[in-house]
Design a protein around this ligand. Sequence first.
Ligand code: LRH
Ligand code: MN
Length: 424
Amino acid sequence: MLLDKQLIANHNDKLLAKHKQKFAFAAKEISNVEDIIKKLVAFQVAIPSWALGTGGTRFGRFPGAGEPGSLEQKIEDVGLLHALNKSSGAISLHIPWDIPTDAAAIKKLAKKHGLQFDAVNSNTFQNQPGQKESYKFGSLQHVNKATRKQAIKHNIEVIKHGVDLGSKSLTVWLADGSCFPGQLNFRKAFENTLNSLQEIYAALPADWKMFVEYKAFEPNFYSMSVGDWGQSYLYASKLGEKAYTLVDLGHHLPNANIEQIVSLLLMEGKLGGFHFNDSKYGDDDLTVGSMKPYQLFLIFNELVEGMNARKMNHAKDLGWMIDASHNVKDPLEDLLQSVEAIMIAYAHALLVDRKKLNEAQQNNDVVAAQEILQGTFRTDVRAVVAEARLRSGASIDPLGFFREKKIREQLVKERGANTIATGL
Ligand code: LRH
Ligand code: MN
């Protein structure tokens, strides 16, 4: 479905007066509002190809209707999100869930929807039909050389798919680890994983990046071979300058200080990107900002501070991706909410008075420092984010438009009720 721009403009017309009033009120309080809007317009979040259908758990999955049944339909769905918020200008593919059989045609279709291809993701956490070596006891860490070779070969194939599509990065998340003490020699597992990653690294085109994604537990429940930011940093540092760490917000132990981890990885120049989501307990993959919006703001606060300190281009120098799974919500509504939460957190971080915050920190004025951050977080920037969308030719109220125009119902009419999307 290609959304007609006029439909969005007509819908905006009805909301314009109220929006302009809200924006004028917000803008009065924000001295750098134009700079913030410029940065919001440039900021694009990649949508995961594996999160356009209904997700599930081991206890069950309750598929929704009108889900994308092919890569082409997934690109159309991301195109729809991008038409509504002009902030979802890229799709991140997971191989083999979304193998582009005709890369040129897929690239052309993506271009028609104004989309680029962000990081491609390998998958050595599931056995594929007819696969010779099993990944039951891991892939790149495996004690068996043939299994490691098979996993390395897969990652190099994924890079090739990415090159065909114009992607510039490979994300490696490994389910590798152990479930019981004694099951694994940690040192040998690390060395096998590092040597395997080095072979994959050697196959990277010169202008590519490799993101090493860490995770504290699941599907292994005693050790993970890339279990935390320190291990990921160790791999990325030993691999070389094209290797970076990837921070999935749901991959930390309870109460981890993710904003401090982000600040230090950024300081080291080894922060590659994010998988945004939210969680209350484990890797719940919930809507971004739905559980811990203040933590999301604190993370973006460290990002803006650290990126400015390194004179980085906010929109281009890090990988901004969502990684979520929708068990009870409409996937497209959930993703619209997630992108909105990310844009609000970024706008808040751009709003922080860094001069005043630095003064408070230099004077150990703890109360003033907290008042600056919480005062910013309690400032309603939704009209500023909506104004950025309006100026980008998008919808003032994407979710309102999606519901009012019964987009899901239209997709069901087009695709039928029983199409199943590949993914988690
Ligand atoms: C692992 C993970 C990883 C993906 C998968 C879909 O939990 O976050 O990023 O490969 O989810
Ligand atoms: Mn992830």
